[in-house]
Write a protein that binds this ligand. Structure first.
Ligand code: GLU
Length: 245
């Protein structure tokens, strides 16, 4: 069980999933200082020999900021176009942030279908293994320009879980803008109790997750718990962590 930072020494492979609202600001675009802070922490783990995949959301949000579309209701095609614009901005931010540590990054755009198809799954797996051997950090996102359902429900949490299974990770860390999982909504219920450890994602646990997301985040706690369920069933420990800490 991984409960403290020092327990990370037992983790050899990890997927870090970072939500859009942590990486993109509705006015200014990339939150570069924050990207750099994440890169610093990831680089420190990388230096200890951990192999890490970053699943980074933010393409649609950054594209919207670039186009002046924030706050608009977008069609699927507009979201796909926004993602096409935002994805290179996102990659640029990660590339710059890791360059300071002498670490290269690689872009891997995947869809759920890719990971369901055995041949493509093996190709993605071989690519990530080769990138690890090269000491490069794969930055994964959904291939948003070709998907419809996923972009609609904004589910990089799910992609994070699938990536964790793909690379046979020990840990899936989902960084988000909420503090933790509570047994009720803490913003309306002062008795809400924080759950620090969940042994199994049962239907009762799923019921505790509210639906609300933030401006840019589309998944909410429900999709995090679904991702945790997929990961843990595949033997991967999952952690939902505040990206502000
Ligand atoms: N792939 C989408 C993006 O980069 C995000 C999906 C999500 O928020 O889960 O904008």
């Amino acid at each position: 069980m991984i409960q403290r930072r020092r327990d990370l020494s037992r983790v050899h492979r990890m997927v870090v999933k970072i939500g859009s609202s942590l990486l993109a600001d509705a006015q200014t675009g990339v939150r570069q200082a924050r990207v750099e802070r994440f890169a610093n922490e990831i680089a420190a783990l990388h230096a200890e020999g951990m192999e890490i995949v970053v699943v980074s959301s933010g393409a649609v949000a950054l594209g919207c900021v670039h186009l002046g579309w924030v706050g608009r209701t977008l069609s699927v095609h507009e979201k796909q176009a926004a993602a096409a614009i935002g994805q290179p901005l996102l990659m640029h931010a990660w590339k710059e942030a890791f360059a300071g540590h002498g670490i290269g990054v690689a872009q891997m755009l995947l869809t759920r279908d890719d990971l369901r198809n055995r041949r493509r799954y093996l190709n993605a797996s071989n690519t990530s293994e080769t990138l690890f051997s090269a000491g490069v950090i794969p930055i994964v996102n959904e291939n948003d320009t070709v998907v419809v359902r996923e972009i609609k429900f904004g589910d990089n949490d799910n992609l994070g879980a699938l990536a964790a299974l793909l690379i046979d990770a020990d840990l899936l860390a989902i960084l988000t803008d909420v503090e933790a999982l509570f047994d009720a909504d803490p913003s309306v219920n002062t008795d809400a109790r924080r759950l620090d450890l969940v042994e199994e994602v049962t239907p009762e646990i799923m019921d505790m997750a509210g639906e609300a997301g933030s401006d840019f985040g589309t998944g909410g706690m429900v999709s995090k718990l679904r991702a945790a369920r997929i990961a843990t069933r595949g033997g991967v420990v999952a952690a939902v962590i505040s990206g502000h800490e």
